[in-house]
Ligand binder design. Sequence first.
Ligand code: S3P
Length: 439
Amino acid sequence: MTAAVLSARPGAPLSGTVQVPGDKSISHRALILGAMASGRTTITGLLEGEDVLATARAMQAFGATVTRTGEGAWTVEGKGGFSEPSDIIDCGNAGTGVRLIMGAMAGYPVTATFTGDGSLRKRPMGRVLEPLGKMGATWLSRDGGRLPLTLRGGTLAALDYTLPMASAQVKSAVLLAGLHADGPVTVVEPEATRDHTERMLRAFGATVTVSDHNDRRVITLQPGAKLSGSPVAVPGDPSSAAFPIVAALITPGSQVTVTGVMLNPLRTGLFDTLREMGADLTITNRRDASGEEVGDITARHSTLHGVVVPPGRAPSMIDEYPILAIAAAFATGDTVMRGVGEMRVKESDRIALMSAGLEACGVDVEEEPEGFIVHGTGAPPRGGGLVETHGDHRIAMSHLILGLAAREAVRVDEPGMIATSFPTFADMMRGLGADITEA
Ligand code: S3P
């Protein structure tokens, strides 16, 4: 049974070398492209978290044969297309899963009904349905584009689409649908977002070109490629590595190394920001893993100071603002995080929950419509709160890290949701010396 509450207590310095699970974004994409392709895709290092397991089940439901062959080792036998599922597709907590799968299925003549957990059913799907509708897909949905919804795919038209928001999920849905369009599909990004779909589409045999026009990234996919199953080695997730790294930075006497972390520059905004705050981070052993750069990151306890995070950096660290806010609570002075309105439509309203959680732990926070400011004093915050996570894994992990270096223990509710992205989180942190227990 999953604990109702987890508690993190201040204690000894953290030390050791760890590996974090595979990248969530790449794990979803490997399963989906493997199912769309013909032949066998072999995946190593797949994140075996609840979100990705839901995508694996969905690909099976659309006709692929998905098999676990060992720890993190999976094969997908793709049939070169999707067949109609016989039951509802439940994507659990995973926005990436459902949005990318809807894009992938839109190009096939099949109908499917999608749902998810209470959090996913609240999140906006219209951002994906709108471009898919322009291409010719049709849907029926509850409440103006929320799950559950039924999507009917088929023959799609070419599209030239400017994203209304910086979203790799929307970009990816359009590109995956575009594989079956009757002409090229172009996506224009207001700001560059993670490019794993583009990279993996190329590796599976599609033609994708990227250019810059007036400071905007323009991605064009040529339709009609026959995708072939390919090997994918999933690198360590920088969004998960962020937790032990920040834990080491704020806990006196600590030194922690995380090996094999993906260093794609569209994902590493947090590490740049932490360095600007004075963090002692070193990256060694840079190497290539399946077309992505990886490296080993060592973090040592550091004296941090507040910074203004450039809003343009948001897409490269959008999931890392919760843990950045924890680092900011230990820094001297203000850390200003603006241009992050997208945080309000993640697994929870992360601006509201980080502000409430930090306040409950004695940190002074100013909430704005599209951002928040953490007023750090340079001293460890009081801690002592019971933090409501609303079932958001990153809200839970971030506040547990706070508890490791606050003056009093921090407790979080619904810690079972951590398994959506980082099932080994508590054990891995305990291995580094963290005092995390069921409360
Ligand atoms: C993701 C894109 C981001 C991110 C999410 C994963 C992806 O979402 O927050 O965790 O894998 O494409 P948006 O596209 O909504 O910004």
